[in-house]
Design a protein around this ligand. Structure first.
Ligand SMILES: [Mg+2]
Length: 260
């Protein structure tokens, strides 16, 4: 990918899990390491950059991990937005009444699948099976998805299959709808990166000029796939961000030296 020289205003939409950090057995262990934190701090300290972390994680986790940085946040796949302020706003009025019906089904699958567990977020319920036996986890996830799709036919919810997770959430909300709120102003350079199919909504919401980047080789509507050259995909993604950050430094140095 060629990076545009001397962009005046850049926006980076970055998915978190599987894009900036590798998946962990326990999702709570995926806290940003020093290198990543420093890189995000570096990028966000350049006033020409706007950084938006766009994640399926809940608000509290994102606040805990990124609250001190001047970056914008999108939580729960687009339900909650934190833009330039220390508080969150909800994208639309939503209800979570459907949880009472869906929870017992997920609990039943936890009982039948050792190692699996439920994560409860404001407007979604997630069944995680990363720690389960892989074959049993796959089998149960297919059963669960088909059961949920049947049960939720007339409910205003959506069933998503992610990486070793099945998630039920309010329909009509996605990462792309949330990301488009940031595109009211014009940018000279737009990058959107993500690794799973929930990120396809982000890619589809981007203008044609954007650099959309799918982490991994699977089919995508993104313009580019990021291939694995180093130890893992996330290292490649970080290398790309390091290049962007260094370019920012070079530009700033040039501006300063021009002034002298
Ligand atoms: Mg991801």
């Amino acid at each position: 990918m060629r990076i545009i020289r001397r962009p005046r205003k850049r926006i980076l939409f970055l998915d978190y899990d599987g894009t900036l950090v590798p998946f962990k057995q326990n999702p709570k262990q995926a806290r940003p390491d020093k290198e990543l934190y420093g890189l995000l701090e570096d990028l966000s300290s350049d006033p020409k950059n706007k950084i938006v972390i766009i994640s399926g994680r809940d608000r509290d986790t994102l606040d805990d991990w990124f609250g001190k940085l001047s970056i914008d946040l999108i939580a729960e796949h687009g339900v909650w937005l934190r833009e330039g302020r220390p508080y969150w706003s909800m994208i639309d009025y939503l209800t979570d009444e459907w949880k009472a019906e869906i929870s017992p089904i997920l609990e039943m699958f936890v009982a039948r699948t050792p190692g699996s567990f439920i994560e409860t977020k404001g407007y979604s319920l997630v069944w995680h099976y990363r720690k389960s036996d892989p074959a049993l986890g796959e089998l149960r996830s297919r059963e669960l998805v088909s059961h949920l799709q049947f049960i939720t036919t007339n409910m205003n919810v959506k069933v998503l299959e992610g990486n070793k997770v099945v998630e039920v959430k309010n329909a009509g909300i996605n990462k792309g709808k949330a990301a488009s709120r940031w595109l009211n102003e014009s940018f000279n350079f737009i990058l959107a990166a993500g690794d799973d199919w929930t990120d396809e909504d982000t890619f589809n919401a981007m203008p044609d000029s954007a650099y959309t980047l799918k982490i991994g080789n699977t089919p995508t509507s993104a313009r580019y796939n990021l291939h694995e050259c180093g130890p893992d995909y996330c290292t490649e993604m970080r290398n790309l961000l390091i290049t962007l950050a260094q370019e920012g430094h070079q530009i700033r140095r040039k501006v300063v030296s021009n002034k002298l």
